[in-house]
Design a protein around this ligand. Structure first.
Ligand code: GLA
Length: 385
């Protein structure tokens, strides 16, 4: 542990100028195994998910990373190289990455900045260089880097070590910091990482409260929203992966969860079983106009322009002077509301207005809009000049 302190100090001093790779100019999109499958991962599943990403059309709307989360690793060999569980991944990680690449997709993997992962598998602490090299040799394109079993180390000293190793590789790997917002990663991670988790793990519950470890969709929103000033191309707040289609959210809640992640310029990592999902789940995850808002090149995270305990209005400026506006009913009852565009947004120009969720062209910002919002639901409007 003493060595690690010295190493961490030397690395962070020495590598603080290593340039991170120019990646993730828009929020990364893909799929991650954790929310639905937890430790039950194997190569057949990952191949089928890659196949499903194409067959469902999700790849064609922008989903590209197929990420295996915790539990793929079983130990290290005599040279210290990580070994994938041979029973679950008999063909090995290189072959699996080749398969994912053969589909035109990208391959992601998980490790941990501590001695062990959160599920007690080998972590990368003190093996950063060899692990980064191994991941590159396997053809990894994305690393999610967790924060269990780190002892008394400080995240801001340890995360740059892997960042520097990745920056020095002859391979482009997106670096996803996953330390749950501890120690304010938005202040130090942008220098060497492309995204950083801002909260504890999401749970498939829209508005439950009080669990210390898991956070509901609404709790996550409240933690992630104030961090809007830190989001920018190549450096994203990550309010955790999507729970859309994972069972306990209503249709309105699934839509609200997805739409609000799009508004927050959040990474869109689907967390459901893509091989077997309801049509409505696929429609929500593949909503092209919401995804376009998420992927807008300006990379601005929405901010609140109105907030009371039951009702919020968010604004996300878009390229070319366009705007996305979402109205969010957090109450248990339907809310009726009239939008006076000019007053609300202090508009000088006239904009065309489209309701993206109901696919309806409204007249323009010249006319007030009367609307009705069901409990736990959102409406998203796109305003174009
Ligand atoms: C942590 C992370 C999760 C997941 C698990 C795996 O809890 O926050 O997203 O990666 O570890 O063990």
């Amino acid at each position: 542990m003493k060595n690690t302190f010295i190493l961490a100090f030397c690395f962070s001093a020495f590598f603080s100028f290593a340039q991170k790779k120019d990646l993730a100019s828009t929020p990364p999109m893909g799929w991650n195994s954790w929310n639905h499958f937890h430790c039950d991962v194997n190569e057949t599943l990952i191949k089928e998910i890659a196949d499903a990403m194409l067959a469902t059309g999700m790849a064609s709307v922008g989903y590209e990373y197929v990420v295996i989360d915790d539990c793929w690793q079983i130990g290290r060999d005599e040279n210290g190289i990580l070994i994938a569980d041979r029973l679950r991944f008999p063909s090995g990680m290189k072959s699996l990455a080749d398969y994912v690449h053969s589909k035109g997709l990208k391959f992601g993997i998980y490790s941990d900045a501590g001695k062990k992962t959160c599920q007690e598998r080998p972590g990368s602490l003190d093996s950063e260089a060899i692990d980064a090299k191994t991941f590159a040799e396997w053809g990894v394109d994305y690393i999610k880097y967790d924060w269990c079993h780190h002892g008394f180390l400080k995240a801001e000293n340890i995360y740059p070590i892997m960042g520097a190793e990745l920056a020095n590789l002859d391979r482009e790997i997106v670096y996803s910091v996953c330390n749950w917002g501890w120690g304010d990663p938005w202040l130090w991670a942008p220098d060497f990482a492309h995204l950083w988790r801002t909260t504890w793990d999401v749970e498939a519950c829209f508005d439950c409260k009080g669990n210390i470890i898991w956070k509901s969709v609404e709790e996550i929103i409240d933690l992630n929203m104030p961090l809007a000033p830190y989001a920018k191309p190549g450096a994203w707040n990550d309010p955790d992966m999507l729970e859309v289609g994972n069972g306990s959210l209503t249709e309105d809640e699934n839509m609200a969860h997805f739409a609000l992640w799009c508004m927050m310029a959040a990474p869109l990592m689907a967390g459901n079983d893509l091989r077997n999902m309801e049509e409505r789940t696929l429609e929500i995850l593949s909503h092209k106009e919401l995804i376009q808002i998420n992927q807008d090149p300006l990379g601005i995270q929405a901010f609140r322009i109105y907030q009371d305990p039951f009702f919020e209005i968010w604004l996300k400026p878009l390229q070319g002077g366009s705007k996305a506006l979402s109205l969010f009913n957090r109450s248990e009852e339907t809310i009726d509301y009239q939008v006076n565009w000019k007053d609300l947004l202090h508009l000088e120009n006239v904009y065309q207005v489209k309701d993206l969720i109901n696919q309806r062209i409204e007249s323009s910002t010249e006319e007030n809009l009367k609307l009705s919002l069901r409990a736990n639901s959102v409406l998203v409007y796109r305003l174009d000049l």
